[in-house]
Design a protein. Sequence first.
Length: 978
Amino acid sequence: MSARARFNPPTEDDLREFIDLSLNFLCIADTEGYFKHVNPAWEATFGYTKEEVLSRPYLEFVHPDDREATIVEATKIASGSSTLSFENRFRCKDGSYRWLLWSAVVRHEKGLIYCTAADVTERKREAARLAAQYAVTRVLAEAATLASATPRILQAVCESLDWSVGAIWRVDQKGKLLCCVETWHVPSAQVKEFDQGTHSRTFSPGIGLPGRVWSQAQPAWIEDVARDPNFPRASIAAQEGLHAAFGFPILVGAEVLGVLEFFSNQIQQPDPRLLEMMSAIGSQIGQFIERKDAEDALRVYARELEVARKRAEEATRAKSEFLANISHEIRTPMNAMIGMTELALETRITREQREYLNAIQGSADALLTLVNDLLDFSKIEARKLQLDRVGFNLRDALEDTMRVLAPRAHQKELELACHIHPDVPDALVGDPLRLRQIVMNLVGNAIKFTEHGEVVLRVQAESRRNRDAQLSFSVTDTGIGIPPEKQAVIFEAFSQADSSTTRRYGGTGLGLAISMQLVELMGGTISVESRTGQGSTFHFTAVFQVQQPGREKPPARWRTLTDLPVLIVDDNATNRRILEDVFTNWHMRPVAVESGAAALCSLEESLRADQPFAVVLLDGHMPDMDGFSVAKRISHDRRYAGIKLVMLTSAGQPEDVARCHELEISAYLTKPIKQSELFDVIVTAIGQPVLERPRTPQRPKRARAANRTLQVLVAEDNQVNQLVATRIFQKLGHQVKVVSNGREALSAVQAGGLDLIAMDVQMPEMDGLDATRAIRSWEMTTGTHIPIMAMTAHAMKGDRERCLAAGMDGYTSKPIRFRELEQAIAQLISLPKPSKIPVSAGRPADGVIDHAALLAGVDGDRRVLREFVRLFLADCPRRLKEINQAIGRGDAPALCRAAHMLKGSVGNFAARKAFAVSQQLENMGRDGDLDKARQACVTLESELEILNHELEELTKNSSTRKKQMHKGSRRRGGVKDS
Ligand code: ADP
């Protein structure tokens, strides 16, 4: 083992060698500010000779900005504390600076300071480069536009790198020149001329620093611009102390969009790392520009889209108006076609001619349906369709609709049924006409596309929230069905499941599109389930408000039917099910069988068990043994003498009724059955007066037009329409005078002797609305009121309201039809004739109404009177509500209108007090003085309460009398209430 080499402490020479080897800067300074000794690293790094370093105060080498701090630090060391982390910049011989990190200690006894310094320039630069990159990234993330980003980018780079001036250049639109967009400099820099020179210049590719960067699409570095041969701004840069510079391109892909350049007050060696980083920043700015350009393009696109949307809306509106106008134009000649055809059909004609005319009528009706559909559709498209909100009776509305469709179903021998679940509320608020339109369309389609079997409408209560009820409707058929792939398209406008069916079945493909929109307006959805060849079920939901429970009495009052045994005989299972449900709901005891033979068995059975049926409900049309044969067997069997027979007959088969008469069947009903009628028929059949129905009585049906001849004024400018209207009125037994504008109408009214005006809305000189207003204001002076009925072809939403607001009393849309007109007149003649109110007539003997005067007013026709009462009882709560609401809102004109209407209605019953209070309220509304309105309204309510009670009694009496009359003649005719 060799002995370890002995280590002797270093000699002075050893230590000098060490010091000379060190890469750090070692020095000894005196306390006067001079270096006394420096190691060779100083010469190597800073470029001075040792003598140069030792001969000048060291502060001269320190960066002017760091001198003050250096003096403070030197004083601290001289006073005894050592330093370990002081940094400052030392100038190199070429003018550049390097960052030094110092460690020092003082030797007082020698008056010397021993120092060592490390070169931290590279670390400092890296930190500055990172700071610059971070700052630019932040600016780009936050800036909204390039214009707002550029000055902040220049500032961020200058401040992070400690450079003095920055400029940004953009390639001009033609791509030929670089133009300065923006410059920035540190506040302390005196670079006014350089700044101006930069702003006023442009550069071509390759020229100057920006031009070079542009043409090479790469960063470039100039150590000292003052000495660069390709730097046109060299002299002013030198004057204002700018030396090092670098520039880098803004790149999108390979394309240079612009250039950024920066200047320092010092001469600086190229910094490849910095240039690399700046390249990345250039691309980042490029991406920013690209993104902003895309956003701008998107904004422009969105603006264009908005403009296009507005144009489309405008176009739709124009289209809707066009359709409304076209529909008007089509309706006017159709008015003539339909009216004249109806008139011609009333004359003596041959069978052949009748056939032709019937064909014309059928086509005209189809055309009218199409025009109506188009109008609806255009209104929906233009979002102009709004739903009404009126009180209505759901069962009546639906059952009446089914009635209208029944002949079509029965012609095809289809069973048509309607089943409304007992839970479904009856008194609703909504748009009954539009609901009917949906049901008409779905049931109409079902009948159209079904050859055998049945079509059933079912309604159930789905959910209830506060006063809103969601109802679920379904229409099921056993028809041709719809293939799965077609089930979605049929709800689109003008589309049909199979274009070949169009020719066979007809139709436009608009019905379901309209229904869908209406259902959506009613807050519901529509869908279909179907199997080809097996049938379809259309479901839809809709939300309605449930009316506040009115004066309905508890079911105990119609106990007559409780526990009544009834036999249902029908081959159709759906019908049996519906009837069973209905009877069970009325607390009866139903038994249902599917054939005549089974019925006879059940009857035998009931005798054996000594539990005879009180009523047998027979379907007239059944296979094997039909209802009539069963009825014959029953009525010929003495054992069944006590049983009441009710026959279910089919619409469109008048011989059914004749057979009922033959067989002396007292009661018959036409399918589809209305629950209210079924109730009446059964109660009457078992010999009980109809005291009360399970729900609110039906609205009055078409009142027959007054027997007397009316003097009618037709105000209409179109000659053909004048003729049609005249003839129809004449056919209805009235006398007609014709005028062709509103002004003439006013004169005619002032001349007197008129009972009714049928007023066109659009007329020259003075239109129907203005004429009505003029007539109403003239009437204020006379205290008269002539009923005015609008006749309009426009049929747009709001027409009706505008007519009523102008003071008209009724409304009928063209083409004028016999029945509708008759109905409209019937309603109008029940309207107020205040001048005829027997204000000074003797008071009624007892009660609030004068029965005798009342009867006289309807020509002694109790039936008409009953209709009036029903109409009034249905209308009165609504008017009262309107009055209350108008008072609540402080809406004087609305109060005036509502009170006027109510006054007119109570006027019909010669109810003096109610009339007088209504009049007071009307006056308050007209004068805009609502102070005492609330009080008057309370009085009115109690007066109406008494009046309603009396009227109900009156109706009851007359109906009881009527039923008794029927009882006497029951074996001879139907008990159907006419
Ligand atoms: P239209 O009946 O006037 O053609 P709709 O919009 O009412 O228009 O119906 C569109 C299509 O949907 C019909 O043409 C038919 O092909 C199909 N469709 C509707 N209801 C039924 C149904 N109950 N059974 C079979 N197909 C039906």
